[in-house]
Design a protein. Structure first.
Ligand code: CA
Ligand code: CA
Ligand code: CA
Length: 127
């Protein structure tokens, strides 16, 4: 299987201003009102960087659940379920690889018409 390469590791070292203030539109580099995979990965990487409180490049369950609840107002019960699904090796921590996998899967899932971009219409409200 060909692995989609997203350089999340590189993106994480970019200093981020507060994620809460920026919408996905800030990551739409070519301004076509849609996110391609690399733009989407940039968006997600910024969000994940914000979640990693102790900046160890991994996400504990509490960082993931508490962070997304505080930033996005997402239901913690739902987040815990999500974390369990993301955490493939079940060590209660998300690695970069696990996060990258999820970002690629998430992108595919959101791209309903398989156009390889996520348009404004496909974008979930909470984005
Ligand atoms: Ca775009
Ligand atoms: Ca961490
Ligand atoms: Ca894990």
């Amino acid at each position: 299987m060909k692995k989609t390469k997203i350089s999340l590791a590189c993106l994480l070292v970019i200093p981020m201003s507060s994620f809460a203030d920026s919408s996905w539109k800030a990551f739409d580099k070519d301004k076509d009102n849609a996110l391609n995979l690399s733009e989407f990965a940039g968006y997600k990487a910024a969000l994940y960087a914000e979640l990693d409180m102790n900046e160890d490049g991994k996400w504990s369950r509490s960082e993931f659940v508490k962070g997304l609840r505080d930033i996005k107002g997402i239901d913690p019960h739902w987040l815990r379920e999500k974390f369990k699904r993301f955490d493939k090796d079940d060590n209660r921590s998300l690695s970069l690889e696990e996060a990258e996998n999820e970002i690629a899967k998430n992108f595919k899932w959101l791209d309903k018409d398989k156009s390889k971009t996520i348009t404004q219409k496909e974008m979930p409200k909470r984005f």
